[in-house]
Ligand binder design. Sequence first.
Ligand SMILES: *Cc1c(COP(=O)(O)O)cnc(C)c1O
Length: 564
Amino acid sequence: MENNHSTDNFELVKDWIGLIEVFTCPADAETRATLIGHMKQILFELHDFLIKNVGITEEISLKELSNDFTDTIINKFPEKKLAEVVTGVFETIAPHAVNVASPYFVGHMTAAIPFFMVHLKAIVAALNQNVVKLETSKVVSILEKQVISKIHRLIYGLSNAFYQEHVQNTETSLGSFMEGGTTANLTALWVARNTALKPKNGFRGIEKEGLFAAYKAYDIDRCVVMVSRRGHYSFRKSGGILGIGNENIISVDVDQRNKMDIDDLERCLAEINKNKRTKVIAIVGIAGTTETGTVDPLLRIAEICAREKIHFHADAAWGGPTLMSETYKHLLDGIQLADSVTIDGHKQFYMPMSCGMIYFRNPRSLDAISYHANYVNRKGSVDLGIKTLAGSREANSLILDSALKIMGTRGYGMLIEHGIELAYNFSEEIKTRENFQLITEPELNILTYRLCPKNLRDEFETAGSERIIAINDELNELNRTLQQVQREAGNSFVSRTVLEQENIFPGFPPGKIVVLRCVLMNPLTTIDVLKDILDEQEELFEAWRVGNIGGEKIRRDSDRSQVL
Ligand SMILES: *Cc1c(COP(=O)(O)O)cnc(C)c1O
């Protein structure tokens, strides 16, 4: 069955001339003005539109909404002109999209971006360079090498001579842009795996011969990676993709502050070293965990990796840009010793979706995953596709380079400082409220807390262990519901996750705790906004307690999105 179409829109496909017009820049003033008008709509009206919604409101449920998106036939004839498409997005998509730019949207690592990012993204689209090879990008590939060197220098601070040697060296590579933190972490482990199982004595390396031959050649039957319990799930994905198995991504315990417990790391290593048939290919230190924003003891991990000759990977997808703050860069001390570092551009570099980056201390590390094809990627060229998982990709370096020029490290540093200081002030505010409990103190700009009504908290102090567990279950249910109700009310958004935490009250056994999670990266979020959010949570709880909001109704058909 074909959809209806208005005959107006036949024009585009009526003849060849009509069709190829979409590839040429219109010369007449009127059409140009129309196109500029659309850009204005995108810049200003779309922004205003989004302001009206914060979270996933209940006005129209996801289920109802999805009923409008079930048609699976592509029309033979054009349905709409550009003007109608733009209007259509405004009317049917934007009102139901999420206003991640709202100061009240503090639940995820996606938030407001500077206005100029939209311009930079448009430039990237207009130029449409493909940095997979020099022939489709020329100067942009060179620019990418320069930006990579700038960020490498921010992380590692090596000598002038080092950067002079490598900034435009076609043989070496200090890092690469990619889709996101997930592929960056995968790339780091890919390099670590190939380096650990490199060619030797007739064995031509794991990349060529595969896992089975590699394990035989190295006389092992298992490879493992160690990362704290707060590690991002991209490491488990990588374990699967790299063939070492995601059960071999070993979770190291965390201490009270959610940092990797070094004693437990040593215990795990000693245990594994007993068995000569297991090889540790990497230890990961996290610089800003996704759930709690904490930084692992990077210096200690670096020492251990140096001692054991193991690849040290720092996952700074979130926290990396902290290096631009003179006041707080010390929090990442030790990152300069990492063999590889992941940083996301679409997080605290405030770039539009999506941009990840990987950096290597050793300019030769990426050789472990280099590929050549005859028609592209000639040896010794600047073809950036030689050493990346991705083939074709956009010129994200142009956005980051321009943004760094517009903001300077000072501009970014001020944003970082705002977030960290706001998180601290918010934690103090939470402590003054008798119905809330701070669960994780912020180190960077993420914290977790929960609603813990005074009467239950008082009871907690004196209750026996069985009752404590029962109260905790009750609190978990309460916080789960609270987060949903607040999200669906659409005024503000905090996210929710589950932490395994000990001693949350004296005598509390290790157990699962549902917590509310705030990520404070939006410079328009102030302490007053956060107080409003707590007020709203108290009001919602009060309404719930007197029965005005039923937990059942709320849970009816809402999606159960988890923390990313
Ligand atoms: C966000 C994040 C990732 C994953 O990055 P994506 O860009 O979402 O793929 C990995 N590690 C940490 C610590 C993160 O915060």
